[in-house]
Design a protein. Sequence first.
Length: 115
Amino acid sequence: MIRWLLKWSRKFSVFFHKLCYPNKIAFILVNEAPSDISSRRVYLEGADMEDLWFAYLKCPCGCKDTIMLNLIPDTKPCWTYLHDKLGNQSLTPSVNRKFQCKSHFWIKNNRIVIV
């Protein structure tokens, strides 16, 4: 009985996650800052995936502003690009816009999670 409950709770958790967080995004490596930024894309500027400088994306709130995040660890504020063997990619910490649209969101496991 307990195994059955655990099995169904995992299935419900996956279903609930996909239902509530449908904003799947793609990460794209570029050599220089892109001139045209598409929604649901995070452009990682750098020499390779281990030497990244900046991340560019459109604000997910719909205001269409371009957000540039610093990935260079020696300067502040700084975000960190994370990836695992399963292909999940994230940026940490959260993006909290203090001005303009004031959106606050995480980019976790290829999805945008609005706070």
